[in-house]
Design a protein around this ligand. Structure first.
Ligand code: ZN
Length: 46
């Protein structure tokens, strides 16, 4: 089974989970929502 997100294919669920949170300002992906929030705060000054 493969997990497809946009045009990227993940070969297992764990990998897909590692990239489940994606920044809408750039192409960064994060495994945890707090990491995404922190990224947005630091990089995009939300
Ligand atoms: Zn970003």
């Amino acid at each position: 089974m493969t997990y497809v997100k946009k045009d990227v294919k993940y070969d297992n669920f764990l990998k897909a989970k590692e990239h489940q949170w994606e920044c809408d300002k750039c192409d960064c992906t994060f495994s945890k929502y707090p990491s995404l929030k922190e990224h947005k705060t630091e990089t995009h000054s939300y």
